[in-house]
Design a binder for this molecule. Structure first.
Ligand SMILES: [Zn+2]
Ligand SMILES: [Zn+2]
Length: 344
């Protein structure tokens, strides 16, 4: 089969590798769509402890095409979304219901073969049937599961006033779920007008254009909206420059929520005095845990609207272009269609 294969950071080929086969308890999926996300850019640069040779791709919709011994409940031809995380269940993190910190975590597309390939083999129990959803909607299940986990971590009090920086896929998903989690008002702040329009269409109450050159103007507008600050200030950009804006925008007793992934070496300057005096809370959210089925259901019920989010589709051969699309401001979400597709 054909797959994207990295042999070291920043070095990959789209090449032929042996077809994988389903062992006992496993299924083989023909990959229908695989989402491209910021994690893939970090993996490209060698971050996240990749294991080489590596095939990335962790947001996967596939069609069951080979069923291993002992598998019940899945049949060939069925479309599923794959929960790419496999935790051991017995390490201290797993025993404390923190599977994402499992000491021997297998994350397909990060340290085990992922979905930027024609086929992927996975435990049957990690496949969630999704025949009823369009692949462009189903492919957002993994990022939605991460956002759902973020809400578990955030523990937002009902009636909160929230601002989300970033209107990429995660910002758009977060804004929607924060609304449903009881926020009184959700404001989305981002630089790209078209993405803010999409955020408004998906229910954001206020949108604020961020001028990358002059972020002060957007901060002034946000201060106008919330003179005493926001209950929760969410960063979904992973840009330290944006995180620097977040702390002063939190109200006394408010929460700064680090959702976006910065570079490992980035540093944020925070005044401990301010954290102390204003009882600020700084929280992070990593990956997903026990949230996959809820995410799938949120897409099913329409609580999370997915229309307009997947904007770019690439063939496997064009993986370099798919990665480049992450930096294209017109692109909300890029996906790879290993079955072949003209770039859109
Ligand atoms: Zn992702
Ligand atoms: Zn474990």
């Amino acid at each position: 089969m054909k797959a994207v294969v990295y042999d070291q950071p920043r070095s990959f080929t789209v090449t032929e590798v042996p077809d994988p086969h389903a062992g006992p308890g496993e299924v083989r999926l023909r990959v229908v769509l695989a989402g491209v996300c910021g994690t893939d850019a970090h993996l490209h640069d060698g971050q996240f402890d990749p294991v080489y040779p590596l095939t990335p791709g962790h947001e996967i919709v596939g069609e069951v095409d080979e069923v291993g011994d002992g598998v019940t409940g899945l049949r060939a031809g069925q479309r599923v979304v794959l929960d790419n995380m496999q935790s051991c269940g017995v390490c201290t993190s797993c025993r404390r219901a923190r599977p994402a910190f499992c000491r021997v975590l297998v994350a397909q597309g990060v340290n085990a073969p992922g979905g930027f390939a024609e086929y992927i083999v996975a435990p049957a129990g990690k496949c969630h049937p999704a025949d009823d959803l369009a692949p462009e909607a189903a492919v957002l299940t993994e990022p939605t599961a991460c956002v759902m986990h973020g809400l578990d971590v955030l523990e937002l009090p009902p009636g909160s006033d929230v601002v989300v920086f970033g209107a990429g896929p995660t910002g758009l998903l977060l804004a929607q779920l924060l609304r449903h989690a009881g926020a009184n008002r959700v404001t989305v702040a981002a630089p790209t007008a078209a993405k803010l329009e999409l955020a408004a269409r998906h229910g954001a109450d206020e949108t604020v254009r961020v001028d990358r050159e002059r972020p002060d103007a957007s901060v002034a507008r946000l201060r106008e909206l919330a003179p005493e600050g926001f209950d929760a200030v969410v960063d979904a950009t992973g840009a330290v420059g944006v995180l620097e804006l977040c702390v002063p925008l939190a109200r006394d007793g408010g929460t700064v929520f680090v959702y976006g992934m910065t570079d490992e070496n980035d540093r944020l300057t925070v005044s401990p005095y301010e954290v102390f005096r204003r009882e600020l809370v700084i929280k992070g959210s990593f990956s997903q845990a026990y949230s996959f089925d809820r995410a799938l259901q949120a897409i099913r019920t329409g609580r999370v609207a997915t229309d307009g989010i997947v904007t770019h589709t690439f063939a496997l051969d064009d993986y370099a272009d798919a990665l480049a699309a992450l930096r294209d401001r017109e692109c909300v979400k890029a996906v790879v269609r290993p079955g072949g597709a003209a770039a859109t």
